[in-house]
Design a binder for this molecule. Structure first.
Ligand code: SAM
Length: 415
């Protein structure tokens, strides 16, 4: 049973519901689920991400990997450094035989200089990952020239600025926020942790003739409700789904916006890599006949449930990622799959246990702290926690040698 929020927040959600209903009425009684999800998460001031809700951590609705200590940031900092080193010392640029060395800096455009080490994080939440990665880089004396953040929520951007300013890091001055990527492209390492699952999805239901009909939102006497449209999904999605022989009544999602995002960022990535971390599976598992209600999930006060119409604007709405579709979208714009692994294998490959062991001496008298660190590692890596469901995918522009993060597990062939 989900507890009702305080009245003041209920009123805010009512305002958003009024906006949604107005859209439904304007659209003759129906809007697509992707449209609703976009409104519920991103309507200025009222949407879950664009309003001022406390989303993350104990007092919020869910916890993400950067909030579980510094192991995640340690691993990502190491992986980014290895990618930068490969780019500097021998990776191949698409369509070019040579690489600019670290010392030969060439102006690519106003913002980006070839040879600079740039991380571009999309959807940086409350800023824990940027601070964690920069802290690791500073501590290990790893070079980073710029850390760009692209964040659509003004509220979260504000929290990220506060987190970076509070960090006291020398590297804090490397961070800047971009409204959009440079028009002419960029070089660097893109990081997106739990971004793709927050992008609007299309929902469908299989009907008697085998077609996938689009599901959306209508209005009944209770308020907002699921409503099936009488139009089928576009042919390319019907074709994708047809090989899975899904039964009548089967419902699921297609992460159209996630694919659009990968293509649009991938097109601009002239050289470098995209590190995508999220929960999901390959297409075969995603559209397994047993997963007949799809992957839609809502998070409210640390409870996961499946009702997207529960106080819109006050809860998170997500869907799992079809990583086969993400890899295919990358391929369409010339990216190469450099690795795909469960998160547990990725983090362990990058030495988080050695990082824990290195701190053991200083923790010998603090068993409580040691217990907390081992708890964090278990949460990040155990199969029934985040270790198996969460995956890490690297798509690269230009070829990379095998990355350390995929040395224990690389399931790319399963996509
Ligand atoms: C589920 S949160 C993940 C936050 C953070 N990466 C973490 O792991 O804690 C999704 C984030 O993506 C942001 N976001 C959503 N759409 C975006 C877009 N198109 N570009 C950049 N950020 C976006 C949200 O505002 C939010 O910060």
């Amino acid at each position: 049973m989900l507890a009702d929020p305080p009245l003041v927040l209920q009123k805010r959600s009512d305002q958003l519901i009024c906006d949604v209903k107005a859209d439904i009425e304007k659209n003759r009684g129906w809007i697509g689920f992707d449209h609703f999800m976009n409104q519920a998460l991103y309507t200025p001031d009222l949407g879950y991400y664009s309003g001022g809700m406390q989303k993350f951590g104990e007092d919020g609705d869910f916890v993400t990997a950067p909030m579980l200590g510094d192991f995640f940031a340690f691993a990502l900092a190491g992986q980014c450094d290895e990618i930068f080193q490969q780019l500097e010392h021998g990776g191949k640029q698409p369509g070019s035989a040579t690489l600019s060395s670290n010392r030969e800096k060439v102006q690519l455009n106003d913002e980006n200089v070839i040879g600079e080490r740039i991380i571009i994080e999309f959807g940086a939440g409350d800023g824990q990952l940027v601070v964690g990665i920069l802290r690791q880089m500073e501590k290990q004396d790893l070079r980073i020239d710029r850390y760009w953040i692209v964040e659509t929520s003004d509220d979260l951007q504000h929290r990220q600025r506060e987190a970076v300013n509070r960090s006291g890091l020398k590297y804090a001055c490397k961070v800047s926020w971009l409204a959009q990527l440079p028009e002419s492209g960029f070089e660097g390492v893109v990081i997106a942790n739990e971004l793709l699952d927050a992008l609007p999805v299309k929902r469908f239901e299989i009907v008697e003739n085998g077609k996938a009909m689009e599901m959306g939102v209508g209005i009944d006497e209770q308020g907002l409700t699921w409503k099936r449209s009488n139009h089928a999904l576009a042919d390319e999605y019907q074709a994708r789904l047809s090989s899975h022989r899904l039964p009548v009544g089967y419902q699921s999602e297609i992460g159209i916006q996630a694919e659009v995002w990968v293509r649009s960022v991938g097109e601009k990535l002239k050289r470098g890599a995209m590190l995508l971390i999220d929960y999901g599976f390959p297409e075969r598992e995603y559209y397994h006949v047993d997963r007949k209600e799809g992957t839609l999930m809502c998070h409210y006060r640390h409870q996961a449930h499946s009702d997207p119409f529960f106080y819109p604007g006050l809860q998170d709405i997500t869907a799992h990622i079809d990583f086969s579709a993400v890899a295919a979208a990358g391929k369409e714009v010339g990216l190469t799959l450099s690795g795909y692994s469960p998160q547990g294998g990725f983090l362990l490959s990058l030495g988080i246990l050695d990082y824990l062991a290195a701190r053991q001496d200083s923790l010998s008298s603090d068993s409580k702290k040691y217990f907390e660190l081992t708890r964090q590692i278990k949460m990040l890596t155990l199969p029934h926690e985040m270790g198996e469901l969460f995956k890490v995918m690297v798509l690269s522009a230009g070829s990379l040698d095998q990355l350390t993060g995929f040395s224990l597990q690389d399931h790319g062939a399963r996509l």
